[in-house]
Design a protein around this ligand. Structure first.
Ligand code: IPE
Ligand code: IPE
Ligand code: MG
Length: 226
């Protein structure tokens, strides 16, 4: 029996190095990376996988030069505005995880608008992780519930996370060659199959993702059993 793939999460790393290799400025790498977001999201939607979560901006990414941060923010707004048709045509529901409170009004409006436009869609739920850090998410979750519950159970934490409407992550893919999770979905990935690939995100191909999905389907997932 093939494993059912409900939720695939991707750490889209390597935009900067992709640009550097081509003697381009880092922002060109982010632009190329954005094109890949559309391609891979459409692929996952067509494969009828119900959940895709993409790491777009971490709680640590604010430490980058101001110029890069503001470029990423304007790129995000552009993406949210321009991609509406992709979401509608492919029946994709847009969602976010992460703390949106530090974002400016323009960005929050663009996020809410795409959420609203796509809220009745019934195909893929695509979540962008924006100002997302797993430790921050868990800390906020515990603070939400601490005064109302005598004894906190695992499911109380699960249900207080930003990801409360998403199932546990089956597959995590990290592009760009680093073998670390960088504060991404630490709770939700407790039994994930993890694929680290060397390809830089803007070079990723649909075939590469399809091969990972095929490999995942064949894994003997034991969840602690024998
Ligand atoms: C990932 O690419 C995108 C974001 C973190 C926003 P990077 O910008 O981290 O690319 P590298 O790792 O420097 O190549
Ligand atoms: C992880 O990439 C975050 C995103 C892809 C948004 P980073 O480039 O920020 O991670 P580190 O710093 O190499 O661990
Ligand atoms: Mg990086």
């Amino acid at each position: 029996m093939k494993n059912k793939l409900n939720h695939i999460a991707i750490i889209m790393d390597g935009n900067g190095r992709w640009a550097k290799n081509k003697n381009l400025i880092r922002s060109k790498g982010h632009l190329a990376g954005m094109e890949k977001v559309r391609e891979i999201t459409t692929l996952i939607a067509k494969k009828n996988i119900p959940y895709l979560t993409l790491y777009a901006f971490s709680t640590e990414n604010w430490k980058r030069p101001k110029q890069e941060v503001s470029f990423l923010m304007s790129l995000l707004r552009k993406y949210l505005k321009n991609e509406k048709k992709t979401y509608i045509d492919n029946n994709i529901k847009f969602n976010t995880i992460g703390d949106l409170s530090p974002f400016d009004k323009k960005t929050i409006n663009a996020i809410n608008e795409l959420k609203n436009t796509t809220k009745e869609n019934t195909g893929l739920t695509q979540s962008l992780a924006l100002n997302y850090g797993s430790r921050d998410e868990i800390t906020r979750a515990v603070n939400k519930i601490k005064d109302n519950i005598k004894e906190i159970k695992e499911e109380d934490i699960t249900n207080a996370l930003d990801s409360k409407t998403l199932p546990d992550v089956d597959v995590i893919i990290r592009s760009g060659g680093e073998k670390r999770l960088s504060n991404f979905l630490l709770w939700q990935s407790y039994y994930s199959e993890i694929f680290f690939i060397n390809t830089l995100w803007p070079d990723i191909s649909s075939l590469e993702i399809e091969n990972i999905i095929e490999d995942f389907e064949k894994i003997n997932r034991r969840f602690g059993e024998i």
